[in-house]
Design a protein around this ligand. Sequence first.
Ligand SMILES: Cc1cc2nc3c(=O)[nH]c(=O)nc-3n(C[C@H](O)[C@H](O)[C@H](O)COP(=O)(O)OP(=O)(O)OC[C@H]3O[C@@H](n4cnc5c(N)ncnc54)[C@H](O)[C@@H]3O)c2cc1C
Length: 335
Amino acid sequence: MTKVAFGGRAYEYADSETVLETLLRHKLDVPYSCKKGVCLSCMLRVIDGAIPEESQVGIRDTLRTQGYFLPCICPGDHDLTVASAEDTALFSRAVVSDVFPLAPDIKGVRLTPATELYYHAGQFINLRRADGLTRCYSLASVPSIDRQLELHVKRLPGGDMSNWIFDELQGGEVVELQGPNGSCFYLPGRADQNLLLIGTGTGLAPLIGIARDALHDGHQGDIRLYHGSRHANGLYLRRQLRDLAARHANFLYIPCLSGADVPPGVRAGRVASAVFSDLGGLADWRVFICGAPPMVEEAKKTAYLAGAAIADIHADPFELRDLRRKPRPDPSSHK
Ligand SMILES: Cc1cc2nc3c(=O)[nH]c(=O)nc-3n(C[C@H](O)[C@H](O)[C@H](O)COP(=O)(O)OP(=O)(O)OC[C@H]3O[C@@H](n4cnc5c(N)ncnc54)[C@H](O)[C@@H]3O)c2cc1C
């Protein structure tokens, strides 16, 4: 029987469990959120044993070489000794400068990190509260333009972190952050390439950062930002985005509403349909997609089928915390 050792005890894997599932089944207090290898909240460090390369996807090189890996996507089929990630290597402190409204259910948070964070606009951080509650938020700020980090947080009914940010978090409070993470960002070069940015809800946060970053860098190709929401209130920062479009001939902002009561100047319908009815082919486009996971999955597939190269499609699905303690069913068992 293969086992994972953690905190001085060894735990047997059950059939087809991941390392994280084994630890959670034994009621160990390990952090986690999406359980899909996206959010990096569950990062652990391997002390002994071999972990597959795939369980280190998305982890930056300096941590990868130290043995950090994601137990949520690491199959429990090898004897391993693992330890909690060393906090000092991962988390640093930041002071909240400002919490401000962006829409009735969206707030902006500005943070001043204690040590400079080297990041690209569009990447995400893990924000940790004093009691250890941790969630991912994308960076809407641009390092070459903004002095502070900026996050956009949507309030979810019953959500622990988002409601705390809405109701309690204030300027002056100290939080911790880990990152930057993710590969959804603009890289200079190929300045004539067209950029397509597609987002729903607070998926706008990384996209507005990417758009401002590319414009600041002198990007010459078209930059089209499609932002979708069900309600008009969710189309936040409309004035700022229109101002940006007025200042840059190559930047186009297309707000889309999938619900009723579509105001003038806003497209009716789902964001992905608007994109793909406007643009036939996407050969040689660079595509960035962020927000609700089903939209991200659908838009990724459609962008690929419309001719975008896989290497040119960058996506961050905003996965929520997976509350299930049981392993996901194997999809092949339903065939
Ligand atoms: C890469 C990435 C980037 C992200 N970027 C952003 C961003 O820029 N902005 C943003 O707003 N979000 C972003 N998210 C999502 C964010 O990380 C959080 O998941 C989100 O804020 C919700 O956290 P929460 O603690 O408020 O909700 P949680 O407490 O995690 O709850 C999530 C939902 O589950 C429900 N729930 C909780 N407990 C239970 C229960 N016991 N039974 C049934 N239902 C329950 C809640 O009601 C809530 O609706 C991102 C996620 C990822 C992975």
